[in-house]
Design a protein around this ligand. Structure first.
Ligand code: GDP
Length: 538
């Protein structure tokens, strides 16, 4: 074999080098493309495997879209600036579509109420005239507009329920509702009626004296009745104070008799202090019966509708609500709310309350049992997830539930996240930041798919009503022991009237007012309380 010459060798080396270079130039981009494609492919596989479960279609996924039923089937007026109160038209995106529709009659009465409020609201000509009458002390002549003034009183849940009660009374009696803003009503809620204000003006003549309005006050309706200073034949005063708080007496309770309503009807200004959701009793008054039947053919949806109509968190509170929801709750397959309100003596947490909470969610199968040992089975790549929202003044109960689902696997393989937005330690009513958090938590609870509430708590009543949720109610512990059963399903989502009268106005004798009509019954969590029940006609 002949050896190649040096030039030939150099030449053939060059040719080989050029060939390799050319091959590299062709293959490298191809290789790079393939490797990118491969990487992309394998990354998307990994993404799929560890993907966070998506929110159910009907909820937060649609937040960026235009809400389908932002006026809640006509319940809400379209005449508001959307940006000034985002929650008004956006809340619908965070909840399942409500199966409870407002009646056409309720919708038409709300629209006519809005007109009345606009005509008679603060600083209108009619309002100024009515103020003149108020200052004169006596009722003289007919008044164009009549008012019910709500005094800010008690905790936030109570306030919401009493505002709803006062609004219903205003609807039934053609009055205009004005709300004393107290320390922070305007910071918590948007205006509910378009192009006017429901806030009692700061220069309202009696405002400085509200603290002294009690049963001893000379204009107290009950006291005037007791002292026989009030009758339709005498000159009526231009205003009366209605004391409907938990400590009201038999004379104050005569407010709930038709006979007294016909006198009250002639008084232009009624000033109300209450911490009672007195709505159920209005259904026992013959004078309101027909109107209530037309307004609310579905009795148990009363607060559900009025609550969604009146209470829209301001943009600041809405920020608290939506940021928390998106960060912790939106991605879960199911959201479980647990509202823990302890009326026990002492600070807690108490073991018997913790046992009650656990028994409730396990026995009712709202959350899965845990296994004490790992099974060694490869867990599902995409397990079902549940987000548990705990609200409570203390952290103890939340920590125990969270640790339980962190330290042990669930029998079902589900993944349970447990969250509590705030731990305020004690009630600080009228502290702005505290009340904002309380409202945010009530709202977040109302976004639950399933809700556990605590007996006697108006905080929980509001959440269940706004959410349209039939709650599991944890019964009140007696003698510091866990009740058995720990909880039971409510018969309706309506709040309970905690201190109803037991009096028959007709016979002027006592009677059990929970046995008069089928749609007003005793409450599940308070045997003497009254609540509305009934989906449709009973
Ligand atoms: P009720 O006393 O349970 O009927 O409810 P209220 O709302 O009328 O009064 C209790 C008040 O305590 C609330 O308004 C809050 O100020 C505070 N509070 C009670 N429970 C909670 C809670 O779980 N979270 C927060 N943030 N505040 C609470």
């Amino acid at each position: 074999m002949e050896k190649p010459s040096v030039t030939k060798r150099i030449g053939s080396d060059m040719t080989r080098f050029t060939g390799i270079l050319a091959a590299c130039l062709i293959i490298l981009p191809l290789f790079l493309t393939l490797s990118v494609l491969y990487r992309h492919h394998s990354l998307s596989d990994a993404d799929e495997a560890f993907a966070v479960p998506r929110a159910p279609k009907e909820t937060y996924n649609q937040v960026s879209e235009e809400p389908k039923d932002k006026l809640l089937s006509g319940l809400l007026s379209p005449n508001f600036n959307e940006k000034s109160c985002l929650s008004r038209y956006q809340s619908v995106l965070y909840r399942k579509t409500s199966p409870h529709k407002p009646s056409p009659y309720l919708i038409s009465r709300l629209r006519s109420y809005e007109k009345l409020h606009k005509r008679c609201g603060p600083h209108t000509e009619a309002y100024n005239k009515a103020l003149e009458q108020l200052k004169s002390g006596d009722k003289i002549g007919d008044s164009e507009c009549n008012y019910i003034v709500w005094i800010s009183y008690s905790g936030l849940g109570n306030k919401i329920l009493t505002l709803a009660s006062a609004f219903l009374y205003a609807l039934l009696t053609n009055r205009v509702l004005l709300a004393d803003p107290g320390k922070d009503l305007d910071i918590l809620f948007c205006e509910p009626f378009p192009q006017t204000s429901w806030l009692l003006p700061s220069d309202f003549p009696l405002k400085g004296n509200f603290d002294s309005f009690d049963q001893k006050f000379s204009h107290c309706h009950g006291s005037m009745l007791r002292e026989k200073r009030l009758s339709s034949t005498r000159t009526l005063p231009s205003f009366l104070y209605l004391h409907l708080a938990h400590d009201y007496n038999e004379h104050d309770k005569l407010f709930f008799c038709d006979e007294e309503q016909s006198v009250l009807h002639k008084v232009p200004w009624l000033i109300l202090r209450t911490n009672n959701y007195f709505v159920p009793f209005l259904f026992l008054m013959p004078s309101f019966e027909n109107e209530l039947q037309k307004l609310f053919p579905e009795k148990e949806a009363l607060f559900h509708h009025l609550g969604r109509y009146i209470f829209h968190p301001t943009n600041d509170v809405w920020g608290l609500i939506t940021r928390y929801y998106k960060a912790y709750l939106a991605k879960a397959d199911e959201r479980i709310g647990i509202q823990i309100r302890s009326f026990e003596d002492g600070q807690g947490p108490f073991n018997y309350v913790m046992d009650q909470i656990k028994s409730c969610f396990l026995q009712e199968k709202l959350l899965p049992e845990i296994k004490m040992q790992e099974s060694g089975k490869i867990p599902s790549k995409n397990p079902k997830s549940k987000a548990v929202l705990v609200t409570s003044l203390t952290a103890g109960y939340y920590e125990k539930v969270r640790d339980m689902y962190w330290q042990y696997p669930t029998g079902t393989g589900e993944v349970i996240g447990v969250y509590q937005p705030s731990q305020e330690t004690f009630q600080q009513t009228d502290n702005k930041n505290h009340d904002m958090k309380a409202l945010a938590e009530i709202y977040l609870l109302s976004f639950s798919d399933k809700l556990i509430t605590s007996a006697w708590s108006t905080f929980g009543y509001v959440a269940q009503g706004l959410g349209g949720l039939m709650p599991w109610i944890m019964y009140k512990p007696e003698n510091r022991t866990t009740p058995a059963p720990a909880c039971g399903r409510g018969m309706s989502m309506e709040p309970c009237f905690h201190a109803p009268p037991f009096y028959d106005c007709k016979t002027k004798r006592g009677r059990d007012t929970g046995l008069v009509v089928p749609h007003v019954r005793h409450c599940e969590d308070m045997s003497w309380g009254l609540k509305l029940v009934g989906r449709n006609e009973l």
